[in-house]
Design a protein around this ligand. Structure first.
Ligand code: ADP
Ligand code: TPW
Ligand code: MG
Length: 570
């Protein structure tokens, strides 16, 4: 009756935020509830948004970030004020660093009190705290700005190089009322949030000319290429030109790792010997030795495809930049390429094949050895066997040795199936990425985790069990960070800085929450456990006993530890 008598119906900030998310097809929220966002989570769930509640905001944020990477829609993370906000910030900063689209929406305390620093509950100037770690940081101050605020956040997260965006929503804005008609009009559905960015045609010609002069060309695929979802065109360009390619870790599977043109097994040789390198969505950062000596030749010329113009010449001069989105750039290259224009020298391809074979043989003998206790290779040999006919499975991976050796051993055959520590080499992404991947895809996930790496997000095993997600966590338990055999240099009873509990029964964590737990001490037990766990489709954790002396300090990047000409005391 009231509506028929000119009394406008009323809505509030909670409803507006839910409506704004739904209007933009943002269908999942990853978060931790509490003041002032509990009712936002409840209302979202009531209105058909899937809400995944975590044990720690960092994992919620990591799930949102990887969901963004996989779906090209910003992953939404919901946090409470101050400490919850800060817990989520590591994930938001990591998303920005890796180029994953994500929005962290956080409740915040009373503006007037916060700004006069009068000591509010969970007081923090969150919007400004977020700025250095994000692509953009906004605050909504009025309920009628929720729609435009979310629209700005979506566009900032998705356009150009994707990244993490912070959206601050004070408690008062969530609770504020306004009339339903004004509210409806204030909502914004974002049109074309990641517009195509066409490369200049002259840049396309220049790139092809540089490649045409190459004798020993090489293509490096990065996670920007994987994110672009231009899989068929990238493959066509590589196959038509015959140029060997090298995938960065998260670009593995863009073309299958067993593709004849893959130079992965001859990586250092290929980097050092190539005369022209084409980077497709990969930065010349530390992961590529900054493009400099000793890994690279000083005379190598570069072609670089990237959406961010400022990435060009960041570490080395780029002879042929192609600035645009990768789908448009690769399609322009294909359209402009003339038959036979690019021909790698036969001798180059032959050298790479020989180097590859040598390394593949060496790897095969590592994998076949059957040491007791297991080392990383024998354990991974077992996992490789089980995953061989299951290319659709996601592999999440973190650790040091557990990361580096898995990356080399486990082949990927489909794009965007490998999710790992990425640009920062960060620990703590494991369970969050596994949950995000399982939620958006409904597909099984195998998380291969160092025992230290696992600890950063281990409590999310409860989340995995609570939502019945098909995630199998494999822990490479070598009793520590890098190794489990270091000693206390003062001879005291405390363990050494890198040592963790050697005989920890991590599998019981899974059992505690109704999941299955396995303890594997041989490759046969590990293969059987993984097979059974995947067949069941239920949450499981496999604790693998790995030789505490099997790893090396810092895995493959021990050279990054500070060196000093003065010998260490003791
Ligand atoms: P990796 O770690 O695999 O080497 P990086 O994260 O260092 O990859 O590099 C990815 C690059 O891809 C970034 O420079 C980013 O700007 C770029 N990029 C991301 N998405 C796109 C896209 N759709 N089109 C073009 N470039 C992109
Ligand atoms: C957020 C430093 C790099 S690798 C690693 C740490 C703590 C763990 C290595 O041990 P793990 O693997 O996982 O058992 P393994 O197989 O070699 O024994 N804090 C953060 N990120 C990083 N990278 C670190 C610390 C680190
Ligand atoms: Mg370890």
């Amino acid at each position: 009756m009231a509506n028929e008598t000119n009394v406008p119906s009323i809505t509030n900030g909670f409803h507006l935020m839910v409506d704004a998310l739904k209007l933009n097809d943002l269908e999942t929220i990853y978060g931790v509830a509490g003041i002032p966002v509990t009712d936002l989570a409840r209302l979202a769930q009531a209105n058909g948004i899937r809400y995944i509640g975590f044990r720690h905001e960092q994992s919620a944020g990591n799930a949102a970030a990887i969901a963004g990477y996989l779906t090209r829609k910003p992953g939404i993370c919901l946090t409470v004020s101050a400490p919850g906000f800060l817990n989520g910030m590591v994930a938001l900063a990591n998303a920005t660093t890796n180029g994953f689209p994500m929005i962290q929406i956080s409740g915040s305390s009373d503006r007037a009190t916060v700004d006069l620093q009068q000591g509010d509950y969970e007081e923090l100037d969150q919007m400004n705290a977020a700025k250095p770690f994000t692509k953009a940081s906004y605050r909504v101050e009025r309920p009628e700005d929720i729609g435009i605020g979310l629209a700005r956040a979506i566009r900032a997260a998705l356009s150009g190089r994707p990244g993490g965006v912070y959206l601050d929503v004070p408690a008062s804005v969530l609770g504020a009322t306004l009339d339903a008609e004004t509210a409806t009009r204030s909502l914004v559905r974002v049109v074309d949030a990641a517009p195509r960015q066409l490369p200049a045609q002259e840049s396309v010609h220049r790139a092809l000319e540089v490649l045409a002069k190459a004798e020993r060309p090489l293509i490096i695929l990065g996670k920007g290429a994987a994110y672009a979802q231009a899989d068929a065109d990238i493959r066509a360009f590589i196959e038509e030109t015959g140029i060997p390619f090298l995938p960065m870790s998260m670009a593995k599977g863009l073309l299958p790792d067993d593709h004849p043109q893959s130079a992965a097994a001859a990586r250092s040789y290929a980097l050092a010997q190539a005369d022209v390198v084409m980077l497709i969505g990969a930065r010349l950062n530390w992961l590529l030795g900054h493009g400099k000596s000793p890994q690279w030749s000083a005379t190598t010329q570069f072609v670089q495809l990237d959406i961010a113009a400022t990435e060009i010449d960041s570490n080395r001069a780029i002879a042929a930049p192609v600035v645009g989105d990768i789908a448009s750039s690769v399609s322009a290259l294909l359209a402009t390429l003339e038959p036979g224009q690019i021909r790698p020298q036969a001798a180059w391809l032959k050298e790479l094949v020989q180097r590859k074979q040598h390394n593949i043989d060496r790897m095969a003998s590592h994998l076949a050895a059957n040491p007791d206790p297991m080392d990383f290779y024998s354990a991974l040999g077992a996992i490789k066997g089980v995953l061989a006919d299951k290319p659709e499975i996601y592999v999440v991976n973190e650790g040091a040795n557990a990361l580096d050796i898995t990356r080399n051993v486990i082949d990927m055959r489909l794009p965007r199936k490998r999710l790992d520590s990425g640009t920062w080499g960060v620990m703590g992404i494991g369970m969050g990425y596994a949950i995000g991947a399982a939620v958006v895809s409904g597909k099984p996930v195998v998380a291969i985790e160092g025992d230290s790496a696992f600890g950063f997000s281990g409590m999310e095993i409860e989340t995995i069990c609570r939502y019945h997600l098909p995630i199998v966590t494999v822990i490479f338990n070598n009793g520590g960070i890098y190794r489990g055999d270091d000693v206390n240099r003062n001879g005291g009873a405390d363990p050494a800085p890198t040592v963790l509990m050697k005989d920890a029964r991590y599998e019981m964590l899974s059992e505690a929450f109704g999941g299955v737990g396995y303890h594997a001490v041989s490759p046969q037990e590990l293969a059987k456990a993984l097979d059974d766990a995947l067949a069941s489709g239920k949450p499981a954790l496999i604790n693998c006993a790995i030789d505490p002396t099997a790893g090396t300090e810092s895995g493959h990047i021990g050279n990054l530890n500070p060196q000093s000409s003065i010998a260490q005391q003791k």
